[in-house]
Write a protein that binds this ligand. Sequence first.
Ligand code: CA
Length: 218
Amino acid sequence: MNKILIVEDEIAISDLIKIELESKGYKCNIANDGEIAADLIETNKYDLILLDIMLPKIDGYELLEYIKRTYEIPTIFITAKSQTSDKIKGLNEGADDYITKPFEIGELVARVEAVLRRYNKGSEIQRIGNISINVVARVVKKNGVEVSLTPKEFDLLILLVQNKNFVLYREIIFEKVWGEDLEFETRTLDLHIQRLRKKLDLKDKIKTVYKIGYMLEV
Ligand code: CA
């Protein structure tokens, strides 16, 4: 599940974006000023940031510099129509795209999707031994034969693959795959790991790291 931070001080706009993106399956937080945004960025892991330029407390440029230097999170600038030079400045300073207010909400969603795709570029097909995973089409094949996974099994597999050879904490895995809405359930996680190992014959590769979590070792 991709997590997006909406930094925008016009509440009507930030709410509209949040409702739309959440209806598409994204998880969203809103920051109505630059300071709140910086705090949220520090304590959360975002996949993308929508960033207004004119903001109370810390402006969009300052925030962008901080985001790019410290976190490397894909960022789309939201600019007012009159601020043409802002677009160029924003792109020069590392923004991945921009959108001009007022915008069609559908266009914003399309830009979000495009930037996220760009960041996953080259990793549309992931391979682990004889297993190929199409991240976009959500199709997994073992020795060329499709293996059917449940959505959660698939999300779990992707998370392990994206973090291969790194130990993932159980709580982090749970949060990433099941979201914060569900109480942490170690049994649920263990069961899904077992299913994945079995379905994809990854018994030796998905390691249990005692008292910590799991790791895909390749
Ligand atoms: Ca503003």
